[in-house]
Design a protein around this ligand. Structure first.
Ligand SMILES: C[S@@+](CC[C@H](N)C(=O)[O-])C[C@H]1O[C@@H](n2cnc3c(N)ncnc32)[C@H](O)[C@@H]1O
Length: 482
């Protein structure tokens, strides 16, 4: 200050109040994230509705989608970085503030958003959605994150690979440790650095392609590929891989001649239909049919082979979805507990030539499709699921006739849900395990030593489906479960 007059006490300059203007895409991502954490919502159901209701389209919608799904997928890694940057333990941070921090961190570490824009645009959303004090805290933590890139943060927060490969991969590839261990066990990955496990984990983050099935007898696969701009799938003769776009816009999907179905799911149903069988081959059963993807394929194949399918589903709502899918096909849908074989006239013991058990499972084989699933699933879920799987597989082996074939299928590589279940069924029933590789399209690589097959996203581009084929012994076994 110049001049000689009496000096006045210095006043701290205050910035004029400016109303925050949150970016609609980031605001939508934040609202989707809080719905997922507070209400156990599914991001891929919640976000499209938010975008539609708020008129967010084009690049903004793509930005909000990547931000939401990426933030959910990378949660464990983002939390490890945030813990290193926050003055407070994460457990003591308000969950909404934590979601905001994760969303900011994801932009800074994974999206090509310039650091200052990522921080200020996130703080702007925080000023509206949270309090001014919380927005200041978000600002401080995010600024610390901007000091390094992702690699530098990983070097600091991930345990060294040579000391603890599972813990290292869990942070680097953003999966809980129990899932890293489950993948490594299923792959039999004996490489100390768990190199193949790393590839399997990375595949859960790869941008997903949508797989369609051209229903046999309804639409030709090449015609579907040509009309959608898609590519024929490499393995299933009915698969089309879509590059992008909304499948609901495809006429053949709308009129039920085609549907969204992972190519691995198609292969599981095809393996059951292709398994060698002596004698009658006219009554097929799908014991866990909802929402009807495999029942639709089995029904279409049965129609071409003069067979009929009974499709069983316990949930009323899901049984209705099956009915919609199989309309016009030789499929009868029953709303029943599949374990009631022998006590329900729809499920006579020994009444079926081929039986599919596509059992409820952890879904660890389809983590790439559901961004929040890897953090929501808990190891404590496994025992109740494996009990149900065991009971359903035993029921299937009672429902199939002697000499008939059961396909046991789960969308998971977890050994407790896969090989352990098959070994248990063999021990109880004396069932013969058939080689699934012979029932799959010729030339499929990396199918392992058999007889069961574990598919993998990083090897086959499919979900990680497990398929085993079991033949009920022709001689009645005293060990058959009653
Ligand atoms: C993995 S999903 C089946 C997917 C289906 N096969 C498809 O391809 O669309 C398992 C289904 O089994 C049903 N389920 C669970 N317990 C059951 C039971 N005891 N009896 C029959 N269905 C059951 C679930 O409601 C769920 O719809």
């Amino acid at each position: 200050m110049s001049g000689h007059g009496p000096s006045r006490p210095a006043r701290k300059a205050t910035r004029p109040y400016r109303k925050p203007v949150p970016d609609p895409a980031r605001r939508a991502a934040f609202d989707a994230l809080t719905s997922v954490s507070a209400r156990d919502a599914y991001a891929n159901l919640v976000l499209p509705g938010l975008l539609r209701d708020r008129g967010i389209t084009g690049r903004d919608a793509a930005f909000a989608t990547e931000l939401t799904y990426g933030t959910l997928r990378r949660r464990g890694t983002l939390d490890a970085v945030l813990a290193a940057c926050s003055s407070r333990p994460l457990a003591e941070i308000d969950p909404r503030v934590l979601d905001m921090l994760r969303m900011g961190a994801y932009q800074l570490l994974h999206m090509r958003v310039p650091a200052h824009a990522g921080v200020s645009a996130t703080v702007e959303v925080a000023r509206v959605a949270l309090s001014d004090g919380q927005a200041k805290f978000v600002n401080a933590v995010l600024r610390r994150i901007t000091e390094r890139d992702e690699e530098a943060w990983l070097a600091e927060v991930a345990p060294p690979r040579e000391r603890d490969a599972v813990a290292h991969l869990a942070v680097r590839y953003a999966h809980p440790e129990w899932i890293v261990r489950a993948f490594a066990d299923a792959l039999g990955d004996r490489d100390g650095a768990l190199a193949e496990t790393a590839a399997a984990l990375a595949a859960d983050d790869a941008p997903g392609t949508t797989h369609l099935i051209a229903r046999p007898g309804q639409i030709d696969r090449d015609e579907l590929a040509a009309s959608t701009g898609g590519e024929p799938g490499p393995w299933s003769p009915y698969a089309v891989h879509l590059g992008g776009g909304d499948p609901a816009d495809i006429a053949a999907v709308r009129d039920n001649r085609a549907a969204v179905q992972d190519e691995g799911s198609q292969l599981a149903a095809l393996a059951l239909a292709a398994a060698p069988l002596d004698g009658a081959d006219v009554r097929w059963l799908d014991l866990c049919a909802g929402p009807g993807g495999k029942a639709g394929l089995l029904g279409a194949l049965a129609a071409g082979r003069g067979a009929r399918v009974d499709a069983v589903e316990q949930s009323e709502h899901r049984a209705d979805l099956v009915r919609r899918t199989v309309s016009g096909l030789p499929v009868t849908v029953h709303t029943l507990d599949g374990r009631t074989v022998g006590s329900d006239p729809a499920l006579p013991e020994g009444g079926f030539d081929r039986v599919l058990v596509d059992a409820p499972c952890t879904g660890l084989g389809a983590l790439r499709r559901r961004p929040e699933a890897r953090w929501r699933r808990q190891p404590a879920d496994v025992p109740s699921l494996t009990k149900l799987q065991r009971e359903l597989l035993q029921a299937a082996l009672r429902a199939v006739r002697p000499g008939g074939v059961v396909a046991y299928v789960v969308c998971s590589p977890h050994l407790a849900e896969t090989r352990v279940q098959v070994a248990d069924a063999v021990r109880r029933t004396g069932a013969e395990v058939l080689d699934v590789r012979a029932a799959l399209p010729a030339g499929m690589p990396d199918l392992g030593a058999g007889p069961a097959v574990q598919l993998w996203p990083h090897r086959h581009g499919t979900d990680a489906m497990f398929v085993a084929l079991l033949r009920r012994p022709v001689q009645p076994s005293s060990a058959l479960p009653g």
